[in-house]
Ligand binder design. Structure first.
Ligand SMILES: Cc1cc2nc3c(=O)[nH]c(=O)nc-3n(C[C@H](O)[C@H](O)[C@H](O)COP(=O)(O)OP(=O)(O)OC[C@H]3O[C@@H](n4cnc5c(N)ncnc54)[C@H](O)[C@@H]3O)c2cc1C
Ligand SMILES: NC(=O)c1ccc[n+]([C@@H]2O[C@H](COP(=O)([O-])OP(=O)(O)OC[C@H]3O[C@@H](n4cnc5c(N)ncnc54)[C@H](OP(=O)(O)O)[C@@H]3O)[C@@H](O)[C@H]2O)c1
Length: 510
């Protein structure tokens, strides 16, 4: 009998989950509470459950965020505006005929649980929804990430502050903030993006940071996307010696700081009627607006409490996906993860893995073994990365995705490729870490994967070809010289890095 799967949410992770179900011959029904697909990437004027602001440009470049069997159109820019990300998602849904499996405006999913006790039941899930109190039974369920804005109400004096304050979740654009004095709290991607955006119209913006962050730009060597150079299997393995924190991506922040439009301040100590006091006792007076870019909390209120156990700050999910306490592995959380790179490709592999677990093609270890593995992994991640309550979902992207792919049977066999296709192995190890490499072999193999890998550089280059440049003979010699220079510089840089334990191309804001 074909297994029925309920997929909750039609954002990027929901879409790739529907596709993974179809690929495995399962029968997905996707329930989306809003009136369209795209999740976060569908910009809404009125804040919905998930939100972006008008100026959002995706952090990961287009090849690095692509689904494994769907390279983005070559003409799209490398760092896509949110409207282009949505376009890509729509093309994906259309190409793989996903829309017919998606039910829009179904109301909020409010309750999901197994038939009786989680340990003894047959592993079926009931879904109820708010609008009509509907209830349907599914063999399995894939649910997406659920985040809620985190407000810092605990800072003393906030109730006496007379200005306006709101969470970054509510921010759309800088309209209405012209000539104002604004304090933005939080030095994550939202805080930095929003501070830069507001600083173009405000009198002054103060950006408060608690623990500092590495800031990197989107543009890397040769004007190419930073991540296509620095996120390769080889470079990530080497640089994992240096990383302890996922960097903030921002092209404009250094320029706004150097021009004094943004001033970086320490953590906020307290609010007064019209001023903000920082931990170094400095005070900014006549503050009109405070933006809390303090990140998101997570919550799965519709799951039974026994499935919400924690390991450290994270949910106790095996491989960040399946609750280990279930008698039958019939529930998976997809995309609830954070790492150096796009969520899409990791989430897609989680969905491919989960569907094969649902089908019984991958068997899970015993509960105590899973729990032990989760605890060990949590301890390792806490040692290696800066994990906090607000950032609990850290993984080492390549080893993590490889570990799932290995069980799926889709991990690229580098040793074998070395003998059979050395040119391809160079791309897989030294080239950008793109997800097409998980379609080269095994279940879900895609005939176009090899070509997608070889053509990725052309797709990256295409949007830059906006004017004709003559190919003069001198150019060839100069490009060889550039390669030689780049090689010598690279070797020197590597020696320097190893010697200093620092990455000099990052700006550190302490
Ligand atoms: C401002 C911002 C920028 C980001 N930029 C990046 C980036 O550059 N790269 C990256 O990899 N990640 C980024 N992220 C992380 C982002 O969360 C993921 O990229 C991705 O959108 C997660 O996909 P998802 O499908 O899990 O969730 P979402 O995109 O949030 O989609 C969830 C869907 O589920 C629906 N839904 C929610 N609750 C219910 C319910 N109870 N019942 C039914 N339907 C429901 C929602 O309406 C929504 O359509 C960003 C996050 C934010 C906040
Ligand atoms: N362009 C893009 O693609 C883009 C844009 C925006 C967001 N995003 C993504 O969206 C997600 C959410 O981003 P986000 O910036 O909203 O959240 P975030 O990355 O969690 O950052 C939250 C910030 O708030 C600070 N903070 C939290 N609690 C605090 C407290 N009690 N006191 C003082 N400071 C506190 C944190 O400081 P500490 O570091 O000290 O905890 C951190 O600087 C991330 O995955 C991000 O990558 C992407």
């Amino acid at each position: 009998m074909v297994q029925k799967v309920a997929v909750i949410g039609a954002g990027p992770c929901g879409l790739s989950s529907v596709k993974a179900c179809l690929d495995e011959g399962l029968e997905p029904t996707c329930f989306e509470s809003s009136d369209d697909i795209g999740g976060l990437w569908r910009y809404k004027l009125v804040p919905g459950r998930t939100n972006i602001y008008q100026c959002v440009i995706i952090n990961s470049s287009k090849e690095m965020m692509a689904f494994s069997d769907f390279p983005p159109p070559a003409e799209l820019p490398n760092s896509m505006h949110h409207t282009e990300v949505l376009l890509y998602l729509r093309l994906y849904a259309q190409t793989f005929s996903l829309l017919q499996h998606i039910h829009l405006q179904v109301g909020e999913l409010i309750f999901i649980r197994g038939r009786t006790s989680m340990r003894q039941d047959s592993g079926t899930w009931r879904r109820r929804r708010q609008t009509v109190g509907g209830r349907r039974i599914f063999g399995t369920a894939l649910i997406m990430s659920f985040f809620f804005p985190f407000f810092l109400r605990s800072i003393s004096g906030i109730e006496s502050f007379k200005g306006r304050y709101f969470h970054s979740w509510e921010y759309r654009n800088a309209k209405g903030l012209e000539g104002k004095r604004v304090v933005v709290i939080g030095f994550g991607n939202c805080g930095c993006d929003i501070a830069v955006d507001i600083s173009r119209v405000a009198e002054r913006v103060y950006l408060s940071t608690r623990s500092g962050a590495w800031v990197v730009g989107r543009v890397g060597p040769g004007g190419l996307p930073f991540d296509t150079t620095w996120i390769s299997r080889l470079v990530v393995t080497l640089s994992s010696l240096f990383w302890a924190q996922i960097p903030v991506i921002n092209d404009d922040l250094p320029g706004r700081i150097i021009s004094g439009r943004i001033q970086v301040k320490p953590n906020v100590k307290e609010f007064r009627e019209t001023s903000v006091v920082f931990t170094d006792r400095s005070i900014i007076d006549e503050v009109d607006v405070v933006v809390f870019a303090t990140g998101y909390n997570y919550s799965f209120p519709f799951l039974p409490p026994d499935l919400q156990a924690k390991s450290g700050y994270r949910l106790r999910l095996y491989k960040h996906v399946i609750p280990p306490t279930l008698a039958h592995p019939t529930l998976a959380v997809v995309g609830f993860i954070h790492g150096l790179g796009a969520i899409n490709s990791m989430a897609e592999m989680q969905a491919r893995w989960s569907t094969r677990v649902f089908k019984g093609l991958i068997s899970l270890p015993a509960e105590d073994v899973m729990v032990k593995e989760i605890e060990t992994e949590t301890a390792t991640m806490n040692q290696k990365f800066v994990c906090s309550e607000r950032n609990p979902l850290q993984v080492d992207v390549i080893p993590y995705t490889d570990s799932l792919a290995e069980q799926v049977g889709a991990k690229p066999n580098i040793l074998q490729l070395l003998f059979t296709e050395p040119a391809l192995v160079l791309q897989v190890v030294l080239g950008p870490y793109t997800s097409y490499q998980y379609r080269l072999s095994g279940p879900g193999k895609w005939a176009g994967a090899r070509q997608a890998i070889f053509a990725q550089k052309q797709r990256i280059a295409r949007p830059f070809r906006t004017r004709a440049v003559s190919e003069e003979p001198g150019n060839e010699a100069s490009s060889k010289l550039s390669i030689l220079l780049a090689f010598i510089t690279g070797a020197a840089l590597l020696c320097y890095l190893i010697y200093n334990w620092h990455l000099p191309f990052f700006h550190s804001v302490e």
